[in-house]
Design a protein. Structure first.
Length: 411
């Protein structure tokens, strides 16, 4: 019976030794005089020493200055007062490796009474990766804040320039009533559309700062994406405003040149597929033996991107967007069709007016300028835009260019 008890003690001792030697965190024991008595393999790897190099030496050899010089005083004060600063509490401290490098770790110290003497067991958890991640996050957050601040300044300059441009355009308007209505709708829309994404940027940046303390990567990614989306919305709004301003000032002239409409359409499809909603798919198809046309490639691309963006924006997840091109001897036709919310019949007659938005758009962001720009760009290329729409069943836009054989400019 005595042998069995002794054997169990031996087995327990071996098990405890195996646990300590295979522990992920470092474990170090010291006596009341601060001399290292044992150190496990994880702690040796962490500090870069062999056991024989540290056992029998003062624990201060593993501490950077000034802790190494003050450690014995800390021990003496604890023995004299019993006041605990680390023992039984734990905190983040710094350690010094054999090569002199300093690293952060979390230290938990337990006081163990063993065989009529006191032993202190220290549990060392390396925080190097966590600290590096926090530093990277702080750096990223700082860069993000700088980017948002720079974008905000740019936005202010653009809005100021836009306001000046609108003042110049207003001089040429024939009717004061129409001018006042336009300015009123612009100010109302711009105020709302700028404030919403900017508020989102501000809130998300604050949340990034909050989550950086916890190194919660999931939440960080979520709110960084919100910031990117908000900035993207601002970019779209500004592009629409700038396009309108250039159109109003008569500074856009079409540059007709031959290009492959299939190649352009495939590039647009690939580009726009990346910004669609979840499981939305753009289905592109071309009809006709030829694919060469002579139009303004940039203006046409802007029109198609605008129509596909609207189709994606006003359609739900898991839907298809049909994008078709057709080239015949007499016509070039571009079609974009969706299965989205549709346009109310009462709103359809106003659809191409600047700043107009259908009443069923709700909180979906937009400026009401996109379709007006599409129509005017199309007309600059001597084409026309038609549409068909049924509420809650979808909308189909058709852009048609007719071949003008007099000057050989295709369509």
């Amino acid at each position: 019976m005595l042998n069995k008890g002794y054997q169990k003690q031996m087995d327990d001792a071996k098990l405890l030794k195996a646990v300590i030697e295979n522990a992920i965190d470092g474990i170090i024991t010291i006596g009341s005089n601060g001399v290292i008595e044992t150190i496990n393999p994880s702690a040796c790897r962490l500090f870069g020493y062999e056991p024989s190099e540290v056992i029998g030496n003062n624990i201060s050899m593993l501490m950077p200055s000034p802790d190494s010089e003050l450690h014995d005083m800390y021990m003496e004060r604890y023995h004299r007062t019993g006041e605990q600063h680390i023992i039984g509490i734990g905190r983040e401290v710094k350690g010094k490796r054999k090569d002199g490098s300093v690293f952060p770790f979390k230290l938990g110290v337990s006081e163990v009474k063993f065989s009529d003497r006191v032993v202190y067991a220290g549990f060392v958890h390396d925080l190097s990766r966590e600290v590096e991640a926090e530093e990277r996050l702080r750096s990223y957050t700082s860069k993000l804040e700088d980017l948002v601040e720079e974008r905000t300044h740019s936005l202010r300059r653009t809005v100021k320039a836009l306001q000046n441009a609108k003042e110049e355009v207003s001089i040429s308007l024939e009717k004061e009533k129409e001018l006042n209505q336009l300015k009123s709708r612009f100010v109302s829309m711009a105020s709302h559309e700028f404030r919403t994404p900017l508020s989102s940027i501000q809130l998300s940046a604050s949340l990034v700062e909050k989550y950086s303390e916890q190194v919660n990567s999931k939440n960080i990614v979520k709110h960084v994406n919100k910031i990117k989306n908000a900035v993207g919305n601002l970019t779209t709004i500004l592009n629409d405003f700038l396009s309108l301003e250039r159109l109003e000032a008569g500074r856009i002239e079409p540059n007709f040149a031959a290009f492959d409409i299939v190649k352009l359409s495939e590039e647009i499809t690939e580009e726009m597929q990346m910004v669609t909603k979840q499981n939305q798919h753009i289905m592109y198809e071309h009809t006709g033996l030829s694919s060469m046309v002579c139009l303004d490639q940039n203006l046409l691309k802007n029109c198609v991107i605008n129509l596909i963006a609207n189709a994606a924006k006003y359609s739900g997840d898991n839907t298809f967007i049909e994008f078709n091109t057709e080239v015949t001897e007499t016509e070039c036709i571009v079609i974009v069709k969706d299965n989205g919310i549709g346009i109310p019949e009462a709103d359809q007659k106003h659809l191409f007016q600047p700043f107009f938005r259908a009443h069923n758009t709700g909180n979906i962001p937009g400026t009401g300028l996109g379709l007006n720009i599409v129509k005017r760009y199309t007309e600059l290329m001597r084409g026309k835009v038609d549409f068909e729409s049924i509420i809650n069943e979808g909308t189909k836009f058709t852009i048609t260019f007719t071949n003008d054989k007099k000057d050989n400019s295709y369509y």
